[in-house]
Each structure stands twice: as C-alpha cells, then as structure tokens.
Design a protein around this ligand. Structure first.
Ligand SMILES: [Cu+2]
Length: 381
C-alpha cells in the first residue's frame, strides 16, 4: 500500500519534473496550476462533483484532439465493408493502420501510444459467426507489429513472430484472413516482442463475433479495461475503461430503467494480473468469453478477468438514479477505473444523452444489436 501511495503522489504531482515531451509539459503545467489552486492537499483530489465521493481526476480531456471519445467508443461497431462471396458467404473487409500517436489519458496527462487506426482501443471489429473476415494491416508505426486474433484460424494467420508472415515491419503490410468462429466476445492485439510493451502501448481492440441467430435485444456497449504506465517503471499510474480515466464519472453513461444492457467486457490491463468490474445496486448474468448463449454465472455483482479474458455482462436497472460501476480493486478505481450510469425514464433519455454530449445516433448505435440481420450496413473504418 505504501508503494501505491507513493506512486499515486508521483503520478499526480511529479511526472512533470521528469518530462514527457513538450505537449505534456505545457498542458501538465496547466494541471499543476489547477492542482495548487483547487485541491485541499496533494493527495486528496478536489471535489469536482458530488456524485463520486470526490475521488475524480480534475479537469477535462480534449477528445477532439485525441481523435476519439470514450462515450462513442462504447458503441462504435465497425462492421467492415460488406459483400458476398461466390459461395454465398458474407465477406467483411477491414483496413487497419498501426501508427504512433500521443493520447491524453487523464486531464493533462499524455501517453505516447502505439495505435491501431489512431485510437486506443483500436476499432471494435464486429461480424457474424461464419463470416469471412479480411483485414488489410499496414504498419505505419516506428516498430514491427502484428495483429493476433483470438479465434480459430491457421497458423499463418496467427500474427506471431516467425510463423507465416511473422512480424510486419515498418512500411510493410499483410492481409489476415479467416472465417470468424466461434461466436463470442473476443479480442485482437499486437504479438510482437516484447509482448508486454506492445500491448501496454495500446495495440489492442475488441473482436465481437455474433451468433448466427443473434442475441436478445439489449442496449450494447464495448468496454476494454486498460491502464497506462506513464513513467515506464513497469507499474500503472492511470486505470480506465476505454483509455480515459474517470471519463464515465465525469460524463455518466445514459441508460433507461427496465431495459436490458449488455456489456462486451475485455481486460487488457498490463502489469497487474487481474482486473474486475463491480456494478452497484444490481446483479448481472455473465457469459465467460461470450461463447455460450446461456450464462456461465448467474446473479453476481462482481467478476474478475485475467489479461485477455473477457465476457458478456447482462443486467437491468429497475429504478432511475445514478449508479456507480468500477473495478473492485479500490486503488484501480481511485486511479481512474470508476464510472457512473445515469439511469432515467424514457421521457428523460434525450436530456440524459444531451447532458453528456450525445444524441439520437448514439442511442441508435447502442441498440442496433448484433450483425445478424445487418449485412447491408457499411461502416467506414
Ligand atoms: Cu506491436
């Protein structure tokens, strides 16, 4: 605990001294100014809002500059370019480019990420069981990378060093292709060495394979639990879902009381052996790896995942209100992995969307459901 305490102080105050690039220094200086002016002590964050016990990181992240908004990442399904092969099989084609990009992971705190398509996590690739999936991967980054998918495929398509194409060098490209199976909540990530570094830098994303018959209607979201070691000491300073610490506490996720909610939950936290999710004031059913249609756990309110473990969380809030969700490792929660659901009645839903900068298109994406009957949809990469 002592070590964690020191680390937290360090993350909040001292990262600036060692220097993390000019942008971090400039914006970080602004953070320091706020810190000095607005906080009671160095290790007790200011009471930014009432809803989360005053344990928030202070300030806002520039999502436009980042190029992605964690609220949008929740529902940003990428179905690829859809066509039909001669044998009748659905073909989905995706374009993925790896490149280096600095991202803001907490207000004023920047991280030199390696990204798929400029975002962390990378695009949420979504398809239906049995589809042919073709991913054209271009490496425009500064290091060799790969795309390793979890699923059935040949060794050549496994995206690991020294097998098939091996690592894809800077300026090189390779097309991964396989049939999507089994259905489930899967992932992809870079498998170049050192693996720990390539994953931690941000090269990962969700790969959701829907069952042929789909799943029951629900409001769906993708959540990748991740963390960032901002001083490269092999320990994380910021924990989050979809990369930005405490973003869903600053901007609570709108839900409607009585509706079924489905989370595609994936753990890609590096350096810590497990991560977890806990929902307040409700219980959920859990589908380990998403590879079954019946829950593998029923009526639980906490579940933990090892790195790359994942599953589907299904729940319903009975009553309107603000409900917290977070890692139940308290230190992860305090360092960013904590959010809120804003559960409202249907008539208040548009206002709840607007309050966090969302509109009807977010509602549509979150309720669009599986790919089963959506072969006509084309979504740009
Ligand atoms: Cu890599």
């Amino acid at each position: 605990m002592f070590q964690k305490h020191i680390r937290r102080l360090w993350a909040r105050r001292d990262f600036l001294r060692l220097g993390f690039g000019s942008t971090a220094s400039v914006v970080g200086a602004a953070l320091l100014g706020r810190t000095a002016a607005g906080q009671e002590t160095e290790h007790a964050p200011a009471h930014d809002t009432q809803a989360h016990g005053g344990s928030l990181l202070v300030g806002d992240v520039d999502h436009a500059k980042n190029g992605f908004d964690p609220l949008q990442l929740l529902v940003d399904w990428n179905y690829g370019r859809v066509s039909t092969l001669d044998n009748g099989q659905t073909l989905r084609e995706y374009d993925i480019v790896a490149f280096d990009r600095e991202i803001e992971i907490a207000p004023g705190l920047f991280f030199p990420a390696w990204t798929y398509n400029g975002r962390v996590p990378g695009p949420t690739l979504r398809c239906t069981e049995g589809d042919r999936v073709r991913i054209r991967f271009v490496n425009a980054g500064t290091h060799p990378h790969t795309m390793h998918f979890h699923g059935f495929h040949t060794a050549e398509m496994d995206g690991i060093p020294n097998v098939g194409p091996g690592v894809i060098g800077t300026g090189e490209a390779f097309t991964y292709e396989f049939d999507a199976e089994p259905f489930g909540c899967h992932l992809y990530h870079c498998h170049a060495v050192p693996l720990k570094r390539h994953i931690h830098k941000g090269l990962y994303g969700a790969f959701i394979v829907d069952p042929k018959a789909g799943r029951p209607p629900a409001r769906e979201m993708m959540m990748i639990m991740n963390a960032f070691d901002t001083n490269f000491d092999g320990d994380n300073e910021i924990y989050a879902v979809n990369s930005v610490g405490h973003e869903y506490a600053r901007r609570p996720i709108p839900l409607i009381a009585g509706e079924r909610v489905r989370l595609y939950l994936i753990n890609l936290t590096e350096f810590d052996p497990i991560n977890s999710i806990h929902l307040h004031a409700t219980f959920f059913d859990y589908y380990d790896h998403g590879t079954t249609l019946e829950p593998t756990l029923r009526t639980v309110d906490t579940v933990m995942q090892c790195q790359a473990q994942r599953g589907i969380v299904e729940f319903t809030y009975r009553w309107p209100g603000q409900y917290m969700f977070h890692a139940h490792q308290s230190e992860f929660a305090e360092l960013g992995w904590m959010g809120m659901f804003n559960v409202v009645t249907p008539e208040h839903f548009p206002a709840a969307l607007e309050a966090v900068g969302l509109d009807a298109s977010w509602d549509e994406k979150s309720t669009r459901g599986s790919t089963a009957n959506l072969g006509h949809l084309e979504v740009a990469t």
